[in-house]
Design a protein around this ligand. Structure first.
Ligand code: GLY
Length: 366
């Protein structure tokens, strides 16, 4: 069976790997180099609790994927000999006001009723841990099971897997049209010719709307990175002003991220970078003396209800897996699994049903 995946990001390459492991012949069509789009620009937090997701199916989906992560990365590391910087460092969410403190304490309580771990750490204990602490910080909620991965190393490993295991990568290739006959997928027209396959999966992130009406749009995020040392920070700190992600090797602190609905407008802005560095200053003030390494930006694939779009489309054998918004890196293992089960075994589990494209139709009585 030959499968085509449009989009060589974390979702496309994770699914390509799953299909390849199970004997499928897979071609990935990517406009740029694989792995260098939104997946490269992300922060790599595996953070359903720090993100404050409400109880429900989406939180369950995220928690299940977080639980799959260690095995996912360890297997990939064995396959590729690349350490992808997975670190179950826990994430601290600082409170900058009384209201945030109340909200975070409530969140700890709600999560504990679901069996998810979290605990409050007061300011005094935090002062003993950090060389400087923003003066507004009243304490913080620690979610020890949230984690991180170095998303650039992860994409490098997935690319290496693909190149070494016979997944065909059609890079710098524009997919321009889905060709169907009698409602059934036939092929993809590309800038390098027609690519035929038994099925196709659209995993083109914020660009997916280009191929099918799926209600996906970009939410831009600006990011920065600075030098750090191990004395500066011991784990991810995710506050309302910014998040700070120290990489496992302490060669870099990633600072994120703005959120703007400006379409695909490119470039970093003074306003965006100021927001990030003010967030850094208000959290760990002494780090403003550290050297800037890089600034960049990316586009999260969002949907109107901020949930992913997974499953079948109206065209037979044309599938979709996108719309992961702030959680694409986290959701790669579970998305690859549920999409593989759908394609290979026809299993439409409750996640696929909940995140189906049909929900947009139902809402509009189409
Ligand atoms: N996952 C963090 C962000 O989207 O900024």
């Amino acid at each position: 069976m030959k499968g085509i995946i449009i989009g060589g990001g974390i979702i496309g390459l994770s699914l390509a790997r799953e299909l390849n492991k199970n004997g499928y012949d897979v071609t990935v069509i990517e406009l740029l180099r694989v792995g260098r789009g939104a997946s490269w620009t992300a922060g790599g937090m595996l953070a359903p609790q720090a993100e404050g997701l409400e109880p429900g199916t989406f939180l369950d989906f995220c928690i299940e994927s977080r639980e799959m992560y260690e095995t996912f990365v360890k297997t990939l590391e064995r396959e590729t000999d690349i350490d992808v910087g997975y670190w179950k460092c826990g994430i601290l969410c600082p409170a900058f006001s009384e209201e945030e403190e109340k909200e975070l304490k409530k969140r700890i309580q709600v999560y504990s009723e679901l069996g998810l771990t979290g605990k409050w750490i007061d300011r005094e204990a935090l002062e003993g841990r950090y060389r400087s602490l923003g003066e507004e910080i009243r304490g913080g909620a620690l979610f020890p099971d949230d984690a991180q991965v170095d998303n650039r190393l992860l994409m490098t490993a997935l690319e290496k897997y693909a190149r070494s295991r016979g997944i065909q990568l059609l890079e710098f290739t524009e997919a321009s049209e889905i060709i169907e006959e009698n409602g059934k997928f036939e092929a993809v027209r590309t800038s390098k010719g027609i690519v035929e396959g038994d099925f196709c999966v659209i995993a083109a992130g914020a660009w997916s709307e280009h191929f099918i009406k799926c209600h996906v749009f970009p939410i831009k995020g600006e990011m920065a990175a600075i030098d750090i040392s191990p004395q500066d920070i011991d784990r991810v700190i995710f506050g309302s002003k910014a998040y700070l992600i120290p990489r496992k090797d302490y060669k870099r602190l990633v600072i994120g991220a703005t959120e703007e609905m400006v379409g695909f407008k490119d470039g970093n802005t003074v306003k965006g970078i100021l927001q990030l560095f003010n967030g850094l200053k208000d959290t760990l003030p002494n780090l403003i003396n550290n050297t800037i390494q890089e600034t960049w930006f990316g586009y999260r694939p969002a949907t109107p209800d901020l949930l992913p779009v997974l499953g079948k489309t109206e065209i037979e054998n044309l599938y979709i897996a996108t719309g992961h918004y702030r959680n694409g890196i986290l959701l790669a293992p579970i998305t690859a699994r549920v999409m593989f089960d759908l394609i290979d075994k026809g299993i439409e589990n409750h996640y696929i049903k909940e995140f189906s494209l049909n929900r947009f139709k139902a809402n509009k009585n189409e």
